[in-house]
Ligand binder design. Sequence first.
Ligand SMILES: [Zn+2]
Length: 298
Amino acid sequence: MNKNKIKKIIIPVANVYNKIYLNSYYKKNKINHNYELLDLNMKNKNILVMSPHQDDEIIGLGGTLARLSENNNITVLFLTDGSLISYENFPKKISAIRKKESDEVSSILGTNTSTLNFTNTTLDIERKKLENSIESMLKDNKFDIIFTPSVTDCTSDHRETSFALLNVLKSNKGDYLELYFYEINNSLQAGSINCISSLNINDIMSKRKLLDIYRSQKYIDFSIICINDREKRKMFRNNCYAVEIFHKLDFENMRSIIEKEKKCKEFENMKTTTSSIRLKKNMEYNLSYREKIESIFR
Ligand SMILES: [Zn+2]
């Protein structure tokens, strides 16, 4: 039997256990009362989603986007073109596949997309260029709200995206807008969360459908992402089906986080929790980062 067939059998069984594990994991958290609800009924806003890779936007806030795209103008900016240095023999091919998938997602959501075409995993070495590209994007467009990955994410491209953005925004208090960190690889699960999207079952079903369009990324267990969204609601006393979680930053927060860039590098050793089979092991390992996450936002 090949690996994929074995996975197909193991994952549903592992997820029964994962649900029980996550239930007690989140219940052990202190209930967070200091949060606001993201206004899912907002209208006519110009929204930018910074998405380092084609799928981050849906992993982090697919349910939220499914709702906000009904009445707002949303642009998803992909920072990379999907190619990987390690896929030396077919970088163009994987790039074309990922573009096709993200086009399908955006046509369902009715969002606009734009791509900066950096190669995956190179955003740290391309930092200056990255900042220039973001700066000109922001000059040409007036956004009311920006969603960007958390700076305490375990993937370098995710952190680099946000630090590049913060550096562009740092000197312009007059033009400061609503800025939110979103979660991709289980980085925000701590008292730092100060905003949540309260989602219903249809939002999560839409999210799952959108995730499934990213067929080339099937090594990620999309099922566990939606289970996690549901279980995370237990960190808040909120009567909803599931949540997507954010850290909303005011101008001063944003400025003080820029000074912590070096500290954020430590998060690259955190484990990604997008595997059903290794979920518990990785979540337990990541617990040692919880205090560090809190201190970044304090
Ligand atoms: Zn990513």
